[in-house]
Design a protein around this ligand. Structure first.
Ligand code: ACO
Length: 320
């Protein structure tokens, strides 16, 4: 049995927060933010919207595009670092309830910006083992709830949103997800963290941006090279390179080092900022809705985030 990437969906909250919002409140400028990050705006969830609301909205679209009913889903995995509740219940359980899915295994994955790739790897393993048939994976974030809006070095980077996909069992090898690799290294845990139960500090995200930037470029470049070499692919075999959207300069540095052309690189960071685990599925969804991605296309994904975690995936899109 193989795992195939059947469908994609996304939900992006309405409110747009431009760079000017930050300029009005702190010592920064539109020029600094645009030049250093490539971000012009980000979307922010309303006070009464939770991460599970965003995730459930994206999931409904993905299930419908997979031509399934919610009752066909036999595993729900939600990647998030901004869950509705501290510790429990998991955001996946809340999404299951919002979709009317009961008696189904549901769990969260905490792998920061690499969360969606970790979720896909987990779905693939469950399907290949024969244990599950239709796995709903979600990357959902209300990062605005864990951001310190007095910290000018991080607050302008992040936005809210959600993306979801259905990964289904198939006997057709041509439809299979080709390969996924996921890694972690806890020795650099201090680069990106959110203080929790062991700390008196407020639970807001903290990042050593410049150090993280350098490790991200180096790690992503070598990780993407390794998955392509392992699968005997060159950049000409890739239709779309969809990296995690943290900073345009990171995307450009990695894309240039790997010699991807502009038409292969997918860049959405200007509109949405960094939405952590939601950024890759939101970008895939945009390619799908713009008809930039069609059935059979070979997509290369890569992500890097707090933990540290990182991963890459070679995915053949098998939806309609
Ligand atoms: N406006 C104006 N000046 C600023 C701002 C701001 N908003 N923020 C910082 N500065 C200043 C700094 O104080 C510093 O000033 P100094 O030179 O006088 O000390 C100067 O700008 C340069 O700061 P750097 O931190 O060196 O700037 P850099 O070019 O590295 O850009 C950024 C910062 C955008 C955060 C970048 O480092 C970055 O994108 N890092 C990686 C982010 C990432 O990939 N994270 C991983 C995923 S996130 C996750 O897992 C949740």
């Amino acid at each position: 049995m193989y795992a195939s990437f059947k469908s994609i969906g996304a939900y992006i909250p309405d409110e747009i927060r431009t760079n000017q919002w930050f300029v009005d409140r702190m010592d920064t400028s539109d020029e600094w933010i645009t030049k250093r990050t490539g971000i012009n705006q980000r979307h922010i969830a309303s006070d009464d919207q939770t991460t599970s609301d965003l995730g459930a909205n994206a999931a409904k679209i993905a299930i419908q595009r997979a031509q399934l009913e919610p009752s066909d889903i036999d595993l729900i995995i939600c990647a998030t670092i901004s869950p509705d509740y501290f510790c429990m219940p998991s955001t996946a359980c809340l999404i299951a309830e919002k979709l009317g899915i009961r008696d189904t295994m549901a769990l969260d994955i905490s792998a920061a910006c690499t969360g969606f790739i970790y979720a896909m790897q987990t779905a693939k393993a469950f399907i290949e083992s024969g244990m599950k048939k239709n796995v709903l994976i979600i990357g959902a974030e209300k990062l605005s709830s864990i951001i310190d809006y007095t910290d000018r070095t991080t607050c302008m980077l992040f936005g809210d949103g959600a993306g979801a996909a259905v990964i289904s069992a198939t006997e057709n090898k041509d439809e299979a997800i080709l390969d996924i690799q996921c890694s972690a290294d806890g020795s650099m845990q201090d680069l990106l963290l959110t203080p929790g139960v062991q700390s008196q500090e407020k639970p807001f995200m903290q990042m050593k941006g410049n150090e993280t930037f350098k490790v991200a470029v180096r790690t992503l470049t070598s990780d993407v090279r390794s998955i392509m070499e392992k699968n005997n692919l060159t950049n000409k075999d890739i239709d779309l390179f969809i990296p995690h959207q943290a900073n345009y300069r990171i995307i450009k540095a990695v894309g240039d080092a790997l010699k991807f052309d502009d038409h292969q690189k997918v860049v959405t960071v200007a509109k949405y900022g960094n939405t952590s685990s939601a950024s890759i599925p939101m970008a895939i969804n945009e390619c799908y809705e713009d008809k930039r991605m069609t059935k059979g296309d070979m997509i290369l994904l890569d992500a890097f985030g707090g933990g540290l975690t990182w991963g890459s995936a070679l995915v053949k899109f098998s939806g309609n």
